[in-house]
Design a binder for this molecule. Structure first.
Ligand code: NDP
Length: 307
């Protein structure tokens, strides 16, 4: 069965639209997201524009704050302090990557974790590890939501995560190994967690043997065709996070997007599998909207109001 991230993301967007409409119908202001972008990296511009469009679709106000690539780190840090203290902003993100002269760790550490709707601050990551209320980064949140919406339980399952990045591999591994009673608020379906998780990376020996013991495989490596049919058991669930551009002269743009999985051959053997595009990608964008509403609800909603 195909896990249709596009369809689920549409459903969640409709739910968010209703929730935001209920706020404004009650005379409250709409949630507001700020997106800081430095420089003019075309991919970043596209991501930012897509995020702003997605906000508009559900009624979240979005403001883009653009700086030239040459700004100093201090100017960016000053902007972050300003946004931390601006009560009209519920959450903000700094689009990555940043120019080389700006220290990304320093920038992320300066964001108030309550407004960190990308869930990338050390504070949010640490809180997630400890099972405390936190904002979860968008892709792991989207994967968890997708599993929940298809009622794919993880309790007792062996989950193999390929990739150990801070934005995907580590946080999804952490979330799925949590005790469910430590589950974080704002997500549907309570019982995700309690999995036995193995995290693999480029130095892992015999990836195939490990994958063959997996009930669920989450691949986030950025490596086309990394997961092939001989590496999976019958009935496996496969979540393909990878987004890779490969040349394709027959495609209108001269390239097409593929994931990290040999989809055509693995899909017939899998119980559930995400396509690329249309799987994890749309869930990632909608997670940013959910995180923004979460930040609004937790810190901006006047007392006595509940959704
Ligand atoms: P990173 O490059 O930060 O991390 C990749 C990870 O995969 C590393 O841990 C690396 O190991 C591991 N890896 C790479 N090659 C292999 C291999 N041959 N065997 C085993 N492990 C391997 O990537 P990200 O986590 O940022 O992104 C991963 C992919 O997901 C990319 O294609 C990215 O575009 C996509 N992505 C998609 C999103 C979506 O919304 N769908 C969101 C975010 C990312 P090591 O640590 O040893 O180098």
């Amino acid at each position: 069965m195909i896990l249709d991230g596009k369809q689920i993301a549409q459903t969640i967007r409709a739910e968010l639209r209703e929730q935001v409409a209920a706020l404004t119908a009650n005379g409250l202001r709409a949630p507001k997201l700020a997106i800081v972008i430095v420089g003019n990296n075309p991919a970043s511009e596209t991501y930012v524009n897509n995020k702003i469009k997605a906000c508009a679709e559900v009624g979240i106000d979005a403001v883009k704050i653009a700086y030239p690539a040459e700004i100093t780190e201090q100017t960016l840090l000053n902007e972050i302090h300003r946004l931390n203290n601006d009560d009209s902003i519920d959450g903000f993100i700094v689009q990555l990557p940043l120019p080389e002269h700006i220290n990304e760790t320093q920038v992320l550490s300066t964001i108030d974790y309550r407004k960190d709707v990308d869930g990338l601050t050390p504070e949010n990551v640490g809180r997630t590890v400890q099972g405390l209320p936190s904002i979860i980064s968008a892709t792991p949140r989207g994967i968890r939501e997708l599993l929940a919406r298809y009622e794919i339980a993880t309790e007792g399952k062996h989950v193999v995560v390929i990739g150990r990045s801070n934005i995907v591999g580590k946080p999804i591994a952490m979330l799925l190994m949590q005790r469910p009673y430590l589950s974080l608020p704002g997500l549907s379906a309570a019982s995700l967690g309690d999995a036995t998780v193995t995290v693999c990376h480029s130095k892992t020996r015999d990836l195939k043997a490990i994958c063959l013991t997996a009930d669920i495989i989450i691949v986030a490596a950025g490596c086309p065709n990394l997961l092939t049919v001989d590496m999976v058991r019958e009935g496996v669930t496969v979540i393909d996070v990878g987004i890779n551009r490969i040349d394709d002269p027959a495609a209108p743009k001269g390239y097409r997007l593929v994931g990290d999985v040999d989809f055509a051959n693995v899909a017939p053997k899998a119980a559930y599998i995400t396509p690329v595009p249309g799987g994890v990608g749309p869930m990632t964008i909608v997670s940013l909207l959910q995180n923004t509403l979460q930040a609004y609800n937790e810190h901006s909603l006047p007392q006595g109001h509940d959704l």
